[in-house]
Write a protein that binds this ligand. Structure first.
Ligand code: EPU
Length: 350
């Protein structure tokens, strides 16, 4: 096991923010985690688990020991009459997993194509797009307790998935008695891909693709290609313009609160949820406050999607995490003053 001192993290966070890990260990196997926990100099240090770095804002050098998850491997673990169960190691790239399952003829993950980040990070925030969330395809995961070194597995109920939320985002005990933020390292994730697959097409952008192409019964491969095209047109590629995807969650309000906003802002984009509450499009709220293209230092609001904050300085003059957070706070204040709604950031601030 090699402990790398003062390791640059600019290439390991999708914002492209320049910061260092004071100490970093690359984790290639479960045994590497055990070796860290057995090392007297390392076992008691606070630890930070780094996956693809696509949902974090680095506000300075990272002082906890960084465990960079690079465990690889994808395989079919079970096939029944009803489903394929596929396992991917935490260090695999999420999009590569989606493409690999489709290449093998196992549909189900196509709506989640091109989401940046690693497989290990995907359950943490229950990634979602175009009408599908990770929890809809999740089977189980393996993880290691970073205090005791104990390996354990969780099923979907134990992960306590919510909208961009799971047990891995909470420090205190949730309803099921677990709170695993900072306490566990996910090593492997399994997905249940059903053989009675049906396309998920209820999303406006996909309906537009169906109308444009005249294809009313698309294959999973066709949906994969549409989702890639929609995302490429609308969202910045982090390899070119640094970003962490949607910066805020879409807020939910009661019918009364929504009626109040509609009375003042008739065009507000909103969706009725199953529980009777209303989800508002945070991108629309931010856009309505005139934020598209605005900057604080080298942090900016993406011109084509106000929900995405970007690094406008590139690799040479990257934004700082402080600039990103100052911009985020200014956006929160203006949305609150105009709509009375508090936006909640989605990425983890380190
Ligand atoms: N809108 C605007 N102006 C903007 C941005 C959006 O008016 O600047 C409006 C759009 O016209 C649309 C509505 O807001 O009517 C919603 O926008 P969009 O369809 O782009 O989806 P979103 O709610 O902004 C969510 C996810 C994305 C996911 C897309 C597609 C969250 C926080 N974000 O974005 O996830 O890709 O739906 O399903 O739920 C991510 O989490 O990193 C992410 C990219």
């Amino acid at each position: 096991m090699l402990v790398e001192p003062n390791t640059p993290l600019q290439a390991h966070n999708s914002f492209g923010i320049s910061a260092k890990a004071l100490q970093l260990v690359r984790v290639h196997t479960e045994a590497d985690v055990q070796a860290v926990l057995a090392d007297t100099a390392l076992c008691n240090l606070p630890k930070f688990v780094l996956g693809g770095g696509s949902n974090i804002v680095l506000t300075g050098d990272v002082k906890p020991l960084v465990l960079k998850v690079e465990i690889k491997g994808m395989c079919l673990v079970e096939e029944t009459d009803k489903a394929w169960v596929v396992e991917a190691a935490a260090g695999e790239n999420w999009h590569d997993l989606v493409a690999w399952t489709l290449d093998n003829g196992w549909p189900g993950l196509e709506n989640l194509a091109l989401i940046p980040g690693s497989v290990g990070a995907s359950p943490v925030q229950n990634i979602g797009a175009y009408g599908v969330e990770l929890q809809d395809r999740f089977h189980s995961l393996d993880a290691i307790d970073l205090t005791t070194g104990q390996a354990f597995s969780l099923d979907a109920a134990q992960c306590a998935f919510g909208y961009r939320d799971s047990v891995f985002k909470h420090e205190s005990s949730g309803a099921n008695g677990l709170g695993l933020a900072g306490k566990a390292l996910i090593t492997r994730v399994r997905f249940l891909l059903r053989k009675d697959w049906k396309p998920v097409l209820g999303y406006l952008d996909l309906e537009r693709k169906m109308a444009e192409t005249g294809i009313s019964n698309p294959t999973a491969r066709q949906i994969f290609e549409w989702v890639c095209a929609i995302r490429q047109a609308k969202l910045p590629d982090p390899a070119i313009i640094g970003n962490a995807g949607s910066f805020f969650k879409n807020p939910t309000v009661t019918q009364d609160q929504c009626d109040d906003i509609i009375a003042r802002e008739p065009k507000v984009v909103h969706y009725l949820l199953d529980d009777g509450r209303i989800k508002l499009a945070a991108g629309w709220l931010i856009d309505a406050c005139g934020w598209k293209g605005k900057t604080v230092g080298n942090a900016g609001v993406y011109e084509k999607q106000a929900l995405v904050l970007v690094n406008v300085g590139g690799k040479e003059h990257p934004c700082t995490g402080g600039e990103v957070m100052t911009l985020a706070k200014a956006i929160q204040t203006s949305v609150y003053e105009r709509f009375g709604i508090r936006l909640e950031p989605e990425p983890v601030v380190v």
